[in-house]
Design a protein around this ligand. Structure first.
Ligand code: FES
Length: 86
């Protein structure tokens, strides 16, 4: 299916100064979880994950490029985006 090929496109962002490969359509919050900077051993989709993913809990806030306190669960990764969780 051609659609799936589009969704499988990967690109890199910068996460806390390190390059991270993400899939197109990945939210920044998921990229943070993938990078391991927030969770000890959480798996994607784990129901115990502390993040609501809905813009309610504010637990996912991070700096994106020059913008502080962005709700990363509401923002999709873009190629070359710089994310800082500290
Ligand atoms: S995960 Fe709850 S506001 Fe983003």
């Amino acid at each position: 299916m051609h659609h799936e090929q589009v969704m499988d496109t990967c690109f890199s962002i910068t996460m806390n100064g390190k390059s991270l490969q993400v899939r197109a359509g990945t939210t920044v919050a998921v990229a943070i979880v993938q990078s391991g900077s927030l969770s000890r051993h959480s798996v994607l989709g784990e129901p115990r994950q502390p993040l609501c993913g809905m813009g309610i809990c504010y637990e996912c806030r991070a700096q994106i490029d020059d913008l502080l306190h962005q709700k990363t669960c509401q923002i999709l990764c873009r190629p070359g985006m710089k994310v800082a969780t500290e």
